[in-house]
Design a protein around this ligand. Structure first.
Ligand code: DC
Length: 237
């Protein structure tokens, strides 16, 4: 008998390995992986390309809201690269949104309520059929408060900075460890203190600190949680 499909919400701090973990879980269960950070990053890229950040660190809400109407996002699975890619108005921007320039502006854009409303609406549509692993900051609290499994991931700041730094270098992108560390610190501060949908642990989320864990260890932990949840939901193992 096939297991009931559920929604898995994976929230947590910047660069604590959410996407690696979410992808592995999705692969194992045959679920879709949805990276909501990529959506906020794509809107940020659009704002940067429209010159909204040219003169200021904080463009006016009117300008950002005006831009939103002209933004169309979509996700497509690229089978040759075995990854889901994000499209901004028909253009694949998956690689362009990961650099430090977008990271430096994204928290400002992600704090704007009109932006969040549009992204959350899209995210909920993607979850209609269930069978998804969605990672972000507000998935368990705002997007899918009814998600059957909520995991809140965290790790020590220095571990996170090193992981992000290595990831950027491996992708051939420019980065300095200290700049990465400061950016993570700043993003966590803004993401956790914003008024609309701040980063926080849902009351019913299970916390995992993966500072000293390999991905395989995290998967072992996950299987136990998932299997006991399935027993609860379906009365099976
Ligand atoms: O997961 P990430 O680092 O790619 O996310 C980029 C930024 O987007 C992050 O600093 C906070 C914001 N974000 C958010 O506010 N809500 C989400 N659900 C996902 C990301």
């Amino acid at each position: 008998m096939e297991h009931q499909k559920i929604i898995i919400a994976l929230d947590g701090h910047s660069s604590c390995g959410k996407s690696t973990y979410a992808k592995r879980i999705a692969q194992e269960l045959g679920y879709a992986y949805i990276d909501t950070g990529a959506m906020y990053r794509s809107v940020t890229l659009a704002a940067m390309e429209s010159g909204l950040f040219d003169q200021t660190e904080a463009p006016s809400l009117e300008l950002v809201e005006g831009l939103l109407d002209s933004i169309e996002l979509s996700l497509q699975f690229n089978s040759s690269r075995q990854r889901t890619e994000i499209y901004l108005n028909g253009r694949m921007v998956e690689d362009m949104i990961r650099g430090m320039d977008v990271s430096g502006h994204v928290s400002y854009i992600a704090a704007i309520s009109a932006v969040r409303r549009k992204m959350v609406e899209y995210q909920r549509q993607l979850g209609v059929q269930k069978g998804i692993v969605m990672d972000g900051r507000d998935i368990g609290t705002v997007v899918f408060p009814e998600a059957e499994l909520k995991i809140f991931l965290t790790a020590l700041p220095e571990v996170r900075a090193m992981r992000r730094y290595k990831e950027l270098i491996e992708k051939g992108l420019n980065a300095e460890l200290e700049e990465v560390r400061l950016n993570l610190e700043k993003r966590d501060r803004i993401d956790s203190n914003r008024e609309d949908s701040p980063l926080k642990q849902a009351e019913d989320a299970i916390v995992m600190d993966n500072s000293d864990m390999t991905v395989d260890q995290q998967m072992e932990w996950f299987r136990k949680k998932y299997n006991s949840l399935m027993v609860e939901l379906n009365g099976e193992n």
